[in-house]
Design a binder for this molecule. Structure first.
Ligand SMILES: *[C@@H]1O[C@H](CO)[C@@H](O)[C@H](O)[C@H]1NC(C)=O
Ligand SMILES: *[C@@H]1O[C@H](CO)[C@@H](O)[C@H](O)[C@H]1NC(C)=O
Ligand SMILES: *[C@@H]1O[C@H](CO)[C@@H](O)[C@H](O)[C@H]1NC(C)=O
Length: 348
């Protein structure tokens, strides 16, 4: 859902909130991944096999790219992502690293991941379960095939079925322009100063602009996210913060709890300097509204409206959906008011 939207009327704020909260409940019920998002993939994958079976796919460096289809192979599946993101809101880029724990289902010579516009610095492979990869960090050859937004990691020796491996990748990129991937956005303070924040929108297939990943909704995995930032900023993500570490030079690093198993497009993180107000709905769900100082006047209204709507929808869904499903999700919902009155929820 691209929630970009312009409004000045309260009516729209209302409509938007209803929509957002509705979406949150949808996501929470894990209905979305199976219906709308999946249909997009199934429809786009059909007929996207190479039309000419003899054609051979060439990577950017001229070597043959080992995979020809738009959909990823299913020989390797992700189990867990350890994501470290270090955005700089001054230089407007980010450096990052990730460790993806994967399970190999069928013997293979390569791992295909989505990646779009990322500068991959290196990739290594390690495994506790495969003696040949026990020693840390066997370097992998990385090939890139931008037409399919894919990279291939070629392994020196075949990966064995039913074993787990850990792929480590260092990468960097500019914070994107526009409203997709991990992008920069600005707002003006009451004093007239322009400030930058970093926000993401990964739906339906833009997570690959922020980190190399299996960017199809059926490849669900747990995510552990760490974000490095300056002390004047805050970082938000899907999950509550476990701790903040102070680094030499004054930077801070927030570590967030591991998520449930979920699709890449649900991953969320933001670095900004916004303030928040919070409240609790009668069901026990906590709601926080984050906004820039110039939008501060809207936050209390937004909070009040969110809490009322949440109560309304909980009652509403109690009637229409089996209770246990809703009862499992005691979220902390974050509504994030963006610069131009856009807002969208994160849930914790
Ligand atoms: C990978 O690249 C990063 C960033 O340039 C560097 O710090 C790291 O040492 C490199 N790792 C390997 C194994 O080459
Ligand atoms: C961003 O870069 C500036 C220098 O260009 C530095 O002072 C600042 O600490 C950096 N911030 C982060 C979060 O790395
Ligand atoms: C991954 O998520 C599942 C629930 O979806 C949870 O049971 C499991 O503990 C999580 N794994 C980790 C390592 O947190």
């Amino acid at each position: 859902m691209d929630l970009v939207f312009h409004n000045s009327a309260m009516v729209n704020i209302h409509g938007k909130l209803i929509f957002n909260i509705y979406i949150v409940f949808y996501c929470s019920a894990i209905i979305l991944p199976h219906t709308c998002i999946c249909s997009q993939f199934t429809s786009s994958s059909n007929g996207q096999h190479n039309k000419d079976p003899g054609a051979f796919t060439v990577a950017t460096n001229g070597e043959p790219f080992p995979w020809h289809e738009l959909r990823l192979p299913t020989k390797v599946v992700p189990l867990h992502y350890d994501l470290f993101i270090h955005p700089n809101l001054t230089s407007l880029n980010f450096v990052a690293s990730e460790k993806i724990e994967v399970l190999v289902r069928e013997t293979t010579q390569f791992i295909i991941l989505h990646s779009n516009g990322l500068d991959i610095m290196n990739a290594t492979l390690q495994s506790e379960e495969d003696l040949r990869y026990r020693k840390s960090g066997k370097k992998l050859t990385v090939l890139s095939y931008p037409a399919h937004q894919q990279i291939a990691l070629l392994v020196p020796e075949k990966l064995m079925a039913d074993l787990r491996y850990s792929v480590a990748i260092d990468f960097q990129a500019k914070l994107a322009d526009g409203f997709e991937g991990f992008y920069k956005s600005t707002y003006r303070t009451l004093g007239g100063e322009t400030r930058t924040i970093a926000v993401m929108d990964f739906e339906p297939t833009q997570a690959r602009m922020a980190f190399p990943c299996f960017d199809e909704p059926l490849f669900k995995a747990n995510f552990s996210i760490k974000i490095r930032r300056e002390s004047r900023h805050i970082a938000l993500s899907n999950m509550p913060k476990v701790k903040t570490i102070e680094l030499e030079g004054g930077l801070l690093e927030d570590h967030f709890e591991t998520t449930v198993k979920m699709s890449t497009y649900l991953v969320a993180y933001i670095v900004c300097d916004f303030d928040s107000v919070s409240g609790t709905a009668s069901s026990g769900v906590k709601v926080s509204i984050y906004a820039s100082p110039d939008k501060w006047s809207q936050t209390h209204y937004a909070l009040e409206a969110s809490l009322k709507l949440l109560d309304f929808y909980e009652n509403y869904f109690d009637i229409h959906y089996p209770l246990p499903k809703l009862g499992r999700f005691k979220f902390h919902i974050i509504v994030f008011i963006r610069t131009c009155f856009d807002f969208f929820p994160l849930y914790m």
